[in-house]
Design a protein around this ligand. Structure first.
Ligand code: SF4
Length: 488
């Protein structure tokens, strides 16, 4: 029994390290270790600028070669290619099963293309899995020519599914495995063992880790319950130590967990492992750290570790939005916490979501205004609707997967697309103002923008242009937020 593992190409404005990382292929290959396997990373080394789909034509007027730090995107890209792998190796290996992992529903078109391409080369059984499939298996069954869709953590059922395929016996009684022939029972609370996920970037010596699964909280827009369940699970500290032993020089450790600090004993246990193996490595929590877990005691203890920065999720400065989406705190509680976190002296990035159901342009404006007043960098997350989440019930869904990407700036009828793009640019503008090291073009652009009360970009030849944003919001921004700020 031979298993070939693939990721697939996808379209977006940018690619973050965790998207379609080849590390996940190695992780899965290890999980099905009883079988011969080979990994094909079709994303690496290929980036092609492409046209925007017609449905995203409202973004086109903003794409430009602005050289300031607050610029909009320069191009839309295809990352990877369906044929970007060694065909000779594939042919010689001659897989019985092809396993394709997919990162998010918004990239389903790339997955579809990969499957169609591989179908022409091989008669192998095709299994798909990953976050996208977990949140919306029905869509994949109806729209993608795979044989099986695995929902939730692969550890629960993938080894057993491959074993059954190998033995040629039925799979109907397995949980979390959909096929066109039968819908299955989903059970993400089944107990299972898992290893820490890691990926090491040799260039900047950064070790990216995901050590836990699931989150006990139930924020209405979050898909974690669909992909990993609501039970918080932790990988074994001995296994974590073994990961650190693999890399002699680590300069940075980035935790990609959804909620690592949820169990403070485990959290500090993990931080002690970092300190033991790489005492000088800087520690970050790029996927966010829950500020409600950062009590006075925890913050004081964290002073003993090499924390690089805090990435904090806030959502909104409007209590009704926090309440509707079950965030479990109020703006006042955030205010008390964030001031203490800022006091630690570490850089702080606060993320909010623009355009949740129930949101208004006024709420978003007030959130930006509030965050401008704090000594933090602002992270804007344009709301995107993950199929299967509770929040979907209250919005107009699109049947095009790419419309569910954050960077589609889809307003979902909550706010307009132009308002969403405008808020994105205003946030970038504020961050450029707040950053201490700016290039000369950024300084020039900021000054000119503030003078003219417009968002002005600068092109390579030094010429300037005005971003065509929502003029009412831009005016309000300069009148009420930037106000009398003089830019030197
Ligand atoms: S706390 Fe974070 S990970 Fe947990 S449900 Fe809410 S958004 Fe999702």
């Amino acid at each position: 029994m031979r298993v070939a593992l693939f990721n697939h190409p996808f379209n977006d404005f940018y690619k973050s390290p965790s998207r379609m990382s080849s590390g996940i292929l190695s992780y899965l290959a290890h999980m099905i270790g009883n079988y011969e396997s080979i990994c094909f990373d079709v994303v690496k080394h290929i980036v092609t600028p492409i046209d925007l789909p017609d449905e995203l034509s409202y973004i086109a007027p903003h794409i430009c070669d602005d050289i300031t730090d607050y610029s909009f995107f320069r191009s839309y890209f295809r990352f990877g290619a369906v044929h970007n792998f060694n065909h000779k190796d594939f042919k010689v290996f001659s897989p019985d099963v092809i396993l394709i992992t997919t990162f998010a529903f918004c990239y389903a078109d790339g997955l579809k293309d990969q499957i169609e391409y591989l179908r022409k080369l091989s008669g192998a059984v095709i299994i798909i899995g990953g976050s996208g499939v977990s949140s919306n298996p029905q869509w994949y069954i109806e729209n993608v020519r795979s044989d099986f869709c695995v929902v939730g953590p692969a550890e629960i059922v993938l080894p057993e599914l491959i074993e059954r395929i190998n033995r040629g016996v039925g799979t109907e009684d397995l949980v979390n495995v959909f096929s066109s022939a039968h819908m299955c029972k989903v059970d993400l609370n089944k107990n299972y063992n898992f290893k820490p996920y890691y990926s090491f970037n040799k260039r900047n010596k950064t070790l990216q880790l995901q050590l836990t699964r699931g989150c006990p909280k139930k924020c209405q827009y979050c898909s974690i319950g669909l992909t990993a369940g609501n039970k918080f699970r932790k990988s074994n500290p001995d296994d974590i130590e073994n990961v650190f032993k693999l890399f002699p020089t680590i300069k940075r450790v980035d935790f990609e967990d959804d909620n690592l600090s949820c169990d403070s004993k485990y959290f500090f246990n993990v931080l002690d492992i970092v300190r033991k193996y790489c005492p000088d490595a800087l520690i970050s929590f790029e996927n966010g750290i829950d500020f409600t877990t950062l009590t006075d005691d925890v913050l004081e203890r964290l002073q003993n570790y090499t924390i690089l920065q805090y990435n904090i999720s806030f959502t909104s400065a409007e209590n009704s939005i926090l309440d509707t989406h079950h965030r479990g705190y109020t703006v006042d509680q955030f205010e008390v916490s964030i001031r203490k976190i800022i006091k630690t002296g570490k850089p702080v990035i606060v993320y909010f979501i623009a355009g949740l159901p129930g949101d208004t342009a006024g709420n978003i404006f007030n959130t930006i205004k509030y965050l401008f007043s704090l000594d933090v960098i602002i992270g804007i997350s344009p709301f995107y609707a993950v199929p299967g989440t509770k929040v979907i019930e209250n919005i107009k869904e699109s049947n095009k997967p790419f419309m569910t990407s954050a960077m589609s700036f889809n307003g979902y009828g909550v706010i307009s697309e132009l308002e969403k793009i405008t808020f994105f640019m205003l946030t970038r503008f504020i961050n450029a103002m707040k950053k201490s090291n700016k290039n000369e073009f950024t300084v020039l652009g900021l000054k000119k923008s503030i003078e003219e009360k417009k968002i002005i970009g600068i092109l390579n030849d030094g010429s300037t242009f005005e971003y065509q944003l929502d003029s009412g919001l831009v005016k309000q921004f300069f009148d009420e937020i930037i106000g009398g700020v003089l830019y030197e």
